[in-house]
Design a protein around this ligand. Structure first.
Ligand code: MG
Length: 266
């Protein structure tokens, strides 16, 4: 037994002494990693210079589009959108005060002309000015990424509904972390980082979509896994492989308002 203890304690002692010596040598730079490479490292050996990082000019006001954004709606025209009922027709919603667009109930949803995959999306929305209905019937709309995966828009200000169906939820998939909804006369912001799903060559899912959402600057989805197509009834899934696709906004019969929508491809 003594022999066993001895054989463990000597190497341990050596290791402790060596560690102390190394730490003393590191002195004023306690975060410097121990030198484990075969040759001595210099600071510049871990610096990467090329290619130079692309410059993007941020907007003067936080929330406005940076220089490399695609402007999807700036209040003046809906030329980047079409009707979902007939994609050959113009978007049927109305522009008000050259500032925002408003859902025309029963006219159908609208979708972008362009298709997207991974992206950063900013949009602003407001619940209808007149508060009507309850639960899912109050200020319901939604943003569908790749025309499939819904980030819910709802008037969730003093309006209970199922937690995975309120504003900031991935509809019937994930509840938001908190309820950051403003009152119906105020504008809300969504800032979204969306990663599209990946599919294998044979069409099976390789990696599900992921989404991070800030609602009025508050994180409500933190790199959340999206479990598949949004369905009103039934469990969500990925029924088929797909590539880039349109972003659509839902007409759920309520006069939800939208403004300042822009996107950056990632
Ligand atoms: Mg909805």
């Amino acid at each position: 037994m003594k022999k066993v203890l001895f054989s463990y304690s000597i190497p341990l002692l050596c290791f402790t002494l060596c560690s102390c010596a190394v730490n003393a040598q590191r002195g004023a730079y306690p975060n410097t990693p121990p030198e484990v490479s075969p040759m001595p490292m210099k600071p510049e050996m871990t610096e990467i210079w090329e290619p130079e990082v692309v410059v993007v000019t941020p907007a003067k006001k936080l929330g406005d589009a940076p220089s490399d954004a695609i402007i999807l709606f700036d209040g003046s025209t809906m030329s980047n959108w079409v009707s979902q009922k007939d994609v050959n027709k113009a978007a049927p919603w109305e522009i008000i005060d050259n500032d925002y667009m408003q859902v025309v109930p029963e006219s159908g949803g609208i979708q972008t002309k362009m298709k997207f995959g991974d992206c950063q999306l900013h949009l602003e929305f407001s619940a209808p000015d007149v508060v009507e209905g309850n639960g899912q019937g109050r200020g319901n709309s939604g943003v569908f990424f790749q025309n499939r995966y819904e980030l819910q828009i709802l008037d969730s200000y003093n309006n209970r509904t199922y937690r995975n169906g309120q504003a900031g939820s991935i509809y019937k998939d994930h509840a938001p972390l908190v309820n950051a909804m403003k009152d119906p006369l105020s504008w809300n912001t969504y800032d979204v980082i969306y990663t599209a799903p990946r599919f294998k060559a044979d069409g099976r899912l390789d990696a599900p979509a992921r989404i991070t959402v800030l609602h009025n600057g508050v994180v409500v989805q933190n790199n959340t896994t999206i479990n598949g197509n949004t369905y009103y009834i039934g469990l969500h899934n990925y029924p088929e492989a797909h590539g880039e696709d349109v972003i659509s906004l839902q007409d759920h019969g309520n006069k939800t308002q939208y403004r300042n929508i822009w996107l950056r491809k990632l």
